[in-house]
Write a protein that binds this ligand. Structure first.
Ligand code: CA
Length: 223
């Protein structure tokens, strides 16, 4: 999944980015509101972490403009301590959640997971597809009750497809939401990773869950 982080405190932004990256997210960072708005409108992001106090354009204005244009991307606002008015304004402007600074990174991570699930109507940390269970908090995967060991990249691919279960996911979607832009990605690499996943998820089972949709991409679904 791809996250946009709009935060002008560069040290904090770097720490948050590193934390998300270690969890397998792709992270874009903007250091002011205008840049943040541009990236939110032009990059295929799945969720936005938006600081309120930003140079050029503040976070509430960014949010207002995004919502006005019909964007439904989940947004979590970062607010200063005691800035109750900002929280109220933020929620009224269409923020999905907020977090007061200073915060513990794990809490931001849990809230992001919750927002991503809300967007995809998955209510619990565990996503189930057939007899496959994907724990989005611990990154543990099992099929038929038996643990499946995946690399970080295989996990990210499976999780992305699971959030979009029953939908066709194109190779471009996968490249944009799973891989960092600095990696020179050939969409053939997607096919390679799909094959790795198939070996681990489907090969030993009669019921296949990873389906190829000809000319369109892949789909994770039961039957
Ligand atoms: Ca700030």
């Amino acid at each position: 999944m791809r996250i946009l982080l709009v935060e002008d405190e560069k040290d904090l932004a770097a720490i948050i980015k590193q934390g998300f990256t270690e969890q397998g997210y792709v992270v874009d960072v903007a250091h002011d509101g205008e840049e943040g708005l541009y990236m939110a409108e032009n990059f295929p992001v799945d969720a936005i972490v938006l600081d309120i106090m930003l140079p050029v354009m503040d976070g509430l204005e960014v949010l207002k403009r995004l919502r006005k244009k019909g964007s439904t991307t989940p947004v979590i606002l970062l607010t200063a301590r005691d800035a109750l008015l900002d929280k109220i304004k933020g929620l009224d402007t269409g923020a999905d959640d907020y977090l007061t600074k200073p915060f513990i990174f794990d809490e931001l991570l849990a809230r992001i997971r919750s927002l991503l699930r809300r967007k995809t109507e998955v209510k619990q940390a565990v996503i189930r597809i057939g007899d496959v269970e994907i724990n989005t908090a611990s990154h543990e995967v099992s099929r038929g009750g038996k643990p499946v060991t995946l690399s970080a990249r295989e996990y990210a691919l499976l999780e992305y497809m699971a959030y979009r279960k029953g939908e066709v996911v194109s190779r471009t979607d996968i490249v944009e939401h799973i891989y960092h832009e600095e990696t020179d990605m050939d969409s053939n690499v997607v096919d390679v990773y799909i094959n790795y996943l198939r070996k681990k998820i489907d090969r030993d089972f009669k019921k296949k869950l990873i389906h190829t949709v000809r000319g369109a991409g892949y789909m994770l679904k039961e039957e």
